[in-house]
Design a protein around this ligand. Structure first.
Ligand SMILES: [Zn+2]
Length: 343
């Protein structure tokens, strides 16, 4: 048995090594600015700016990330990461990174402005395009691997799906860029200040659950052309944290009740519960500071992993879950640990 386990371990480590090699080369292959028509070389930048946002909550220029760790199959891990790598992306050349976002990078940010909120959403969309490109390129690279370490059919399907998602995201980015130039306001954007919390989120999620999608596709007898995407950004700003949510105006009827619940002034607790659920279950792109990690994560890391795996499990058809958990409550850790995830 020991011998067998050793063989399995070396097989697994070899697989993880190949994966990391492909991921690194895929990152390096993304060299060009994402702005339509720009051929300049992209630079290392941040989804949310380092100065004034990330550095406001970090300690010794470090934040905690929560990512897939290939050395543990299907596992995720929290890692204390330097700001150079945390929340970093390679999407724009120096000119576009500076010019496009100057309204939200210099001086006071005007959160009453549609453009301001839209620019934060644009960054989230481009970051997602970047992540999906790395994901698809990594799979294309692994497909060239001559060993039989990998399930090639699965890799092929994953790469194809990521490329379809990139096409959809590019359409969204195009709409945002058009809005910025034409004041056409194709999006509904809402924001509010919430008590400062030591985390940043820049993410989007599909409003429809897998069960709803299956039902709609069955009724129509074909695949949906598009899903309803909701964008969520949370970051510290001055004494508070800011919450920004955005979606396309064409989806207003479908999602307005759901989104409005985040903005009920009389019942802020509903907002806090909803963002707690979203951050744990639906948002992949997030970073935490030392204080948040020590108070809300340390010792119960396994529960965050369990929650993520529950959400990613194909048997789970209801991604829009709502549990009675709230990061702002002192009982959060106990409440979270006591949840039972059932399909
Ligand atoms: Zn450019």
């Amino acid at each position: 048995m020991r011998h067998l386990k050793l063989i399995m371990d070396s097989h697994f480590i070899n697989k993880a090594r190949q994966y990391i090699k492909c991921k690194n080369s895929s990152r390096k292959r993304i060299k060009e600015c994402f702005y339509p028509g720009c051929l300049n070389e992209s630079i290392n930048s941040h989804v949310l700016q380092r100065k004034g946002i990330l550095d406001q909550i970090s300690t010794d220029s470090h934040l905690w990330t929560f990512e897939k760790d290939v050395f543990y199959e299907n596992e995720f891990a929290f890692k204390r990461t330097g700001l150079k790598k945390a929340f970093a992306f390679n999407c724009f050349c120096n000119t576009h990174d500076t010019e496009l976002f100057k309204e939200i990078e210099n001086g006071d940010i005007d959160f009453t402005s549609y453009r301001t909120n839209l620019l934060f959403t644009l960054r989230t969309v481009y970051d997602e395009i970047y992540k999906k490109m790395v994901y698809a390129n990594t799979r294309d690279c692994l497909l060239k691997n001559e060993t039989n370490l990998f399930d090639k059919d699965k890799l092929k399907k994953e790469s194809e799906n990521a490329k379809l998602a990139i096409d959809d995201l590019k359409i969204l980015a195009g709409k945002i860029l058009y809005d910025l130039d034409n004041d056409s306001q194709q999006f509904v954007i809402q924001n509010r200040a919430i008590p400062q919390i030591g985390l940043c989120v820049s993410s989007f999620f599909t409003y429809e659950t897998s069960a709803e999608i299956e039902l709609m596709e069955k009724e129509r007898g074909r695949e949906l052309e598009r899903y309803t995407e909701l964008f969520i950004t949370i970051f510290p700003y001055k004494k508070d944290s800011q919450l920004i949510m955005a979606y396309e105006k064409i989806d207003e009827k479908k999602v307005e009740n759901y989104v409005n619940e985040f903005f009920l002034n009389d019942h802020p607790q509903i907002c806090y519960q909803k963002i707690t659920n979203l951050i744990i279950f639906n948002c992949q792109n997030k970073v935490f500071n030392d204080q948040f990690f020590n108070e809300k994560i340390k010792g119960i890391e396994y529960k965050y992993i369990e929650a993520t795996q529950f959400m990613l499990n194909e048997q789970n058809k209801n991604e829009r879950t709502f549990y009675n958990i709230n990061f702002y409550n002192n009982t959060f850790k106990d409440d979270f640990v006591n949840l039972n995830f059932e399909f």
